[in-house]
Design a protein around this ligand. Structure first.
Ligand code: NDP
Length: 296
């Protein structure tokens, strides 16, 4: 019987833990604050930012939002980040990506105070993650780790295949899976567009993390019987539905479900975890900056 991994339920548990931490911080006179910065007219980015603000409100985190005109010079964005770095009531800063082409993304990531970098994308935080001493784990792979833990998926000694090598998903995911730590100790293969024999690698995998950004790319015929399948993908495909589209993952859910031991649905799998782990990192940031112990 295939187990469907319920990301909504695990994310609700994380949010409840976070809300408990917010109370502990409040007892110490601290209200955690997350600043979101949007330099884009893209409606999808606007939606993501407003969802993050709503999530904050729900658990008692103070949401602060700053819009920067998409045509403004890069210096204006950097000035905004500097101001937020200096503010004592802002513990986490998230610049919604992508930024416009005239702004150098790496410079943006470097500009954020690493202590406030709740996305975990600052090079210092990337380095710490790789060294096994993470300050803030990037939200999506951290969310996947939480799902694996919640469903007692054995990673130690398992053969894991990560499909995708992006800086925000594939690379940090692989780094977490190889660490000498819980939900680590997996023998991990990272695949990408130049990988040869992806099928052979998938067929041998106990754990598959699909993050290629290609709709329904991995199907059941490619999987090992009983594998745990974590579908990170979120793709909008045109379908004959009321909205005219459907959200699908990088895994062909129906065929994969026939073979997998456990599988995440899309939506309702990794997506809610990514959002919850941002709140987790924000309370962690507040606890670090005010030296208040919290139970996370
Ligand atoms: P990117 O486009 O940055 O990376 C995709 C990766 O997949 C690249 O490394 C690419 O390889 C690899 N790839 C492309 N084609 C193939 C192929 N044929 N075989 C093997 N590998 C391939 O995407 P992201 O990592 O940002 O996101 C991946 C997916 O996850 C997207 O659908 C995105 O929407 C979703 N996502 C979901 C989140 C959530 O909360 N659930 C959060 C973040 C992302 P190469 O490097 O060689 O180009």
């Amino acid at each position: 019987m295939t187990e469907v991994i319920d990301g909504e339920a695990v994310a609700a548990d994380v949010r409840s833990d976070v809300a408990g931490c917010v109370e502990t911080l409040a007892d110490a006179g601290v209200t955690p604050g997350l600043a979101t910065v949007l330099m884009s007219d893209d409606p999808a980015s606007e939606t993501y930012v407003s969802m993050k603000q709503r999530d904050c409100e729900e658990v008692g985190i103070e949401g602060i939002h700053v819009d920067v005109d998409a045509d403004a010079p890069a210096a204006e964005l950097f000035g905004t980040i500097d101001d937020l770095n200096a503010r004592g009531d802002v513990h986490g800063i998230l610049v919604q990506l992508p930024v416009p082409d005239h702004v150098e993304k790496r410079e943006v990531l470097r500009r954020i105070d690493p202590e406030k970098d709740v996305d975990g994308f600052h090079p210092e935080n990337v380095g710490r993650l790789v060294a096994g001493d993470a300050r803030y784990k990037p939200c999506t792979p951290h969310g996947v780790q939480k799902l694996l833990a919640a469903y007692d998926v054995e990673t130690e000694g398992a053969d894991a295949v990560v499909v995708g090598r992006s800086d925000i998903v594939g690379k940090p995911m692989a780094n977490l899976l190889i660490q000498k730590a819980p939900q680590g100790n997996a023998t991990t293969t990272v695949c990408h567009s130049r990988t040869e024999d992806l099928e052979g690698r998938l067929a041998a995998a106990d754990i598959v993390i699909a993050a290629a950004g290609i709709p329904e790319f991995v199907d059941g015929s490619m999987l090992k019987e009983g594998a745990t399948v974590i579908d990170v993908g979120i793709n909008r495909v045109e379908r004959d539905t009321e909205k005219g589209y459907e959200l699908v993952g990088d895994v062909d859910y129906e065929s994969a479900r026939e073979v997998a031991g456990a599988i995440t649905p899309v939506p309702g799998g990794v997506g809610p975890m990514t959002r919850a782990m941002l709140l987790y990192n924000t309370v962690k940031a507040a606890s670090r900056q005010h030296d208040v112990a919290i139970d996370l």
